[in-house]
Design a protein around this ligand. Sequence first.
Ligand SMILES: C[S@@+](CC[C@H](N)C(=O)[O-])C[C@H]1O[C@@H](n2cnc3c(N)ncnc32)[C@H](O)[C@@H]1O
Length: 304
Amino acid sequence: MKINIKILSELFKTNKSEIKNFCSHLVKKKIIFNYIKGEERDKVLVDILKRIRLDSQIIAGKGRTEKWHNGWGEALSLYKKSNSLTPKFYTARENKYFRLGGELIKSRSPNFEVEMVNIYRNWYFRKYLKNVENIYEFGAGTGHNMVELSKIFPNKKLYASDFVSTSVDLLKLVSKKKKLNMRCFQFDMIKPNKKLEIKNNSAIYTSGALEQLSGKIYDFINFVIAKKPKIVLHVEPAPQFYDTSKLVDFTADFFQRKRGYTDNLLEYLKKLEKKNKIKILKKMKSPFGSLMIEGYNFIAWRPK
Ligand SMILES: C[S@@+](CC[C@H](N)C(=O)[O-])C[C@H]1O[C@@H](n2cnc3c(N)ncnc32)[C@H](O)[C@@H]1O
């Protein structure tokens, strides 16, 4: 099978014309996959369960700051040599098995996830960020999302931050080399600096960043509400989206909870909506994922 406009419109729960307008240039390249069945599917599921049994990584455990510091330090050296910005956590997918629409698939390309991420963000950036002037990403890592944003909206002002200095150094270098309209600064989402100015007519964006706070999200979300951005977008893992009566989703939920990724984002936003503090504009299960998890649930909201 081939990723096409119809499949994308179903996955992103939208209409075909939106996909045509926002992503068709990226679908021209053939992205081939097939759903796996029978013995192959069983074998992959057993392998996932074995990996979960052996996995000992704890998100936000001791030493995680140092890990990110060193990881982004390595990425900085690599960028100086090769200009590559795709983070390592996307590239190590040699097995070519992924998740799509809640099922397991095999793709011809080890870059299936990277290609889908790019199609996906082209859709949500163009749909939700067209009318804002300033876009802030928190936990921006290498800044690859901001680079894509700068291609889509060359005139918007970008602000990229992360909590480790090596990431900020990398973001600054990227901004300089690519001549982006982007300011870069250090910012810890666990202890948000309330003095940070968020300009009028802004959007705030996180992608796989709140997941790292092991649930300590309240101060950051409250900081965001106080700054009154026009819109907030999160692309984050959230176990509430899984249907754990299905084995494929059950394994991802199991993995995610064992690692201790943030699991209270959706719950907290719903509570704030009940209190009439925010309005949730869209929430959607991750349309695809890696072999182990679906990390790309989409939540758009705005403060009231
Ligand atoms: C999985 S990476 C995602 C990076 C980027 N947003 C992306 O989509 O590729 C998680 C990012 O969160 C950052 N991070 C972890 N804890 C943080 C904190 N307390 N405050 C701000 N950023 C944090 C890490 O340094 C890293 O850049």
